[in-house]
Design a protein around this ligand. Structure first.
Ligand code: FES
Length: 151
């Protein structure tokens, strides 16, 4: 069901935990499955200097969080914002259809954290960040982008 890469990131996830000096923190949730992902970013000079995550959710959510942190660490903010759930899935070697929404959670968590960073800088996030759902209320169902048929 899962690729070796997914299992590897699930068993030994990268960048797990909190970041005490984070200056961008995003939390998103999926109302249907109840899983929650929290992303911590330390941004300096426009670069993601450090990143950590805490995910309370399924194995796929942990794997997608882990690979997302690897893909954005050391990269410019613009690269983090350009990270799509499709890239996350591709880097993991694929995910079952029913688990595609877990990858959307990773994309949204990164965007939510960058949004928070902009807010703290006194910058209106919507100027740079699109499609960030407010996951904190857990009211919004984040679909897979494939017609809203994800579970
Ligand atoms: Fe909910 Fe994976 S994030 S089942």
């Amino acid at each position: 069901m899962y690729t070796d890469k997914v299992m590897e990131h699930f068993a030994n996830p990268s960048n797990v935990g909190e970041l005490p000096d984070a200056n961008g923190i995003g939390e998103v949730g999926n109302a249907k499955c109840g899983d929650i992902m929290k992303m911590y970013l330390k941004i300096e000079g426009g670069i993601i200097q450090d990143v950590r995550f805490k995910t309370f959710g399924c194995g796929a959510a942990i794997a997608t969080s882990s690979i997302a942190t690897e893909l954005i660490k050391g990269k410019p903010i613009e690269d983090a914002l350009a990270l799509s759930n499709k890239t996350v899935v591709k880097e993991l070697g694929g995910l079952p259809d029913a688990k595609l929404h877990c990858s959307v959670l990773a994309e949204q968590a990164v965007k939510a954290a960058v949004s928070d960073y902009y807010k703290r800088q006194g910058i209106e996030p919507s100027l740079f960040v699109i499609a960030v759902k407010d996951g904190t209320s857990h009211e919004e169902h984040i679909c897979c982008g494939e017609g809203g048929n994800c579970s």
